[in-house]
Design a protein around this ligand. Structure first.
Ligand SMILES: Cc1ncc(COP(=O)(O)O)c(C=O)c1O
Length: 487
């Protein structure tokens, strides 16, 4: 059966919400009842669009390995896979006559690839910021000298400091790497201005768009524009298509030069015992059998987002954010971090702590008594979160979160609620209602902290996972897990 993708379709925000897989999924509460899950952890990973699932189910009968097969299915899958590159490139406004998309597995892999492929020489400098996810910080530290530009008291980037650092290090500076939106405070730095400053200093500009791409229209701008963004990365699992694909966009010339960072099948034209000739980009940088299904899923998800319109999505999320902050700001026992007044340059990420309560306890109660999924901890941005919390190195050591510590009872952190394009006022109402109860200490359960993970568990609450999704015989209940911090 021939199935068209969602190109040309028009969807409303409500239709978009209805299309979210699991929007009505009921989860168990501590009191034995169930209620529809309130998903406020979109900053980590989003649920899936039903249309994405339909699209890949229609594609899978045609699925075949790409690029090397001669059968009909392989030819069809190859054509589709190659085209998905252009769909993604156009989504971020890249000029495809000079730029291309390389598929990876996520943003982390993109930044590592860019860092490995950049060809840094000793003494070369990368300027990044103090508000980055570890994935836009550690890969640079591996291959270059790194300067972290600071943030102001409200968590926004210190633009004066950034501009003057870029100017000061002209010559040594090779790249300026900033996130398009912070995964902690949602702050969106002015990426085009920053790219312009980088170019004036002879450096390139990279934008980590993992948090920006699901929420705002991105335009990398034409290559001859001073404010053009040279490189950009994003992850499909934050864009309603969690099938293991990431995207690195950059100049074709860049990917054509040098050796790939990962070698093996798929990247070579000729291999002799004494010679290797690499394929052309992007194949050269997509080692092994690529994630064709993931690419199809992302392209479909992009069509769906565009069928509502990124502008409509941005306005909707903005008004929800305002709605949430109007209420959060009235809760004097709730401390908010990052900008709370002018929300225009901020995506829907709301970090907070509750006075006198451990962040992990707040998150545990929201889940066990409210059916609300949030996240707590450092969110893979330890330097930024510690700065926002005002935690010094000494306090950090005393709190027991230093290297090798086994007692995590006092590890600092925050709680983060984050919105998606399908979130609505009712999600916010349920969240605020439960948070108000927590602040008033009107929650019902007794919670015990696991000192090795720092997590709180409600006493007498044994989640029967098999009732909801049975896969492994022995996965019937939640075992104590070691503390794994995800984004
Ligand atoms: C701003 C930012 N950058 C990078 C990443 C890493 O993305 P991934 O886990 O998909 O590699 C995340 C994930 O949360 C993020 O929020």
């Amino acid at each position: 059966m021939n199935r068209k993708n969602s190109d040309g379709l028009k969807l409303t925000l409500q239709e978009l919400r209805n299309d979210i897989l699991g929007i009505d999924t009921r989860v168990p509460l501590l009191d034995g009842t169930e209620r529809p899950y309130v998903f406020l952890d979109n900053g980590a990973s989003t649920p899936t669009f039903g249309r994405v699932l339909q699209c890949i189910s229609s594609f899978l009968p045609w699925y075949s390995g790409v690029h090397r097969g001669t059968g009909f299915k392989s030819l069809l899958a190859t054509e589709i896979f190659d085209r998905t590159h252009d769909v993604v490139a156009r989504f971020v406004g890249a000029d495809t006559s000079h730029n291309m998309v390389v598929f990876t597995k996520n943003t982390t892999e993109c930044v590592n690839k860019l860092s490995n492929r950049f060809g840094f020489s000793p003494g070369d400098l990368v300027i990044t910021t103090g508000m980055e996810h570890h994935s836009n910080d550690l890969p640079w530290r591996k291959n270059a000298e790194v300067l972290h530009v600071g943030t102001s008291a409200d968590g926004t980037l210190d633009l004066d400091e950034l501009q003057s650092a870029i100017h000061r290090f002209k010559g040594r500076l090779k790249l300026v790497a900033v996130s398009g939106a912070s995964n902690i405070t949602g702050t969106c730095p002015p990426i085009h201005d920053i790219a312009g400053w980088a170019h004036d200093a002879g450096a390139a500009a990279f934008v980590d768009a993992a948090q920006l791409a699901p929420h705002r229209q991105i335009n990398m701008l034409p290559d001859d524009d001073r404010c053009h963004i040279d490189f950009l990365a994003l992850s499909a699992h934050k864009m309603y298509a969690p099938f293991g694909i990431g995207v690195l966009v950059g100049p074709i010339d860049f990917f054509e030069q040098g050796e790939p960072d990962m070698v093996g099948g798929g990247v070579v034209d000729v291999v002799a015992f004494d010679e290797v000739i690499w394929k052309h980009a992007p194949h050269k940088d997509e080692a092994g059998s690529p994630n064709v299904v993931g690419a199809v899923a992302l392209a479909e998800s992009i069509s769906i987002l565009q069928s509502v319109g990124m502008e409509t999505i941005a306005q909707h999320e903005q008004s929800l954010l305002q709605y949430a902050y109007d209420r959060l700001k009235r809760m004097d026992k709730v401390r908010l971090y990052g900008p709370t007044h002018d929300l225009r340059n901020k995506v829907g990420v709301m970090p907070f702590t509750v006075e006198g309560m451990h962040h992990a306890l707040v998150a545990a109660i929201l889940s066990a008594e409210g059916g609300i999924g949030v996240r707590n901890g450092f969110f893979c941005a330890q330097p930024y979160v510690k700065k926002l919390l005002g935690v010094t190195r000494e306090e950090e050591r005393e709190a027991g979160c230093g290297i090798g510590d086994s007692d995590r009872t006092s590890t600092p952190g925050m709680v983060r609620a984050s919105l998606g394009c399908y979130s609505n006022e009712s999600d916010i109402d349920l969240f605020i209602e439960m948070l108000e109860k927590i602040v008033r200490r009107e929650y019902k359960g007794t919670y015990t902290q696991d000192s090795s993970t720092g997590a709180f568990h409600p006493d007498g609450y044994r989640m029967d996972l098999n009732k909801y999704f049975s896969f492994f015989e022995d996965a019937g209940h939640v075992k104590d897990r070691s503390y794994s911090e995800a984004s």
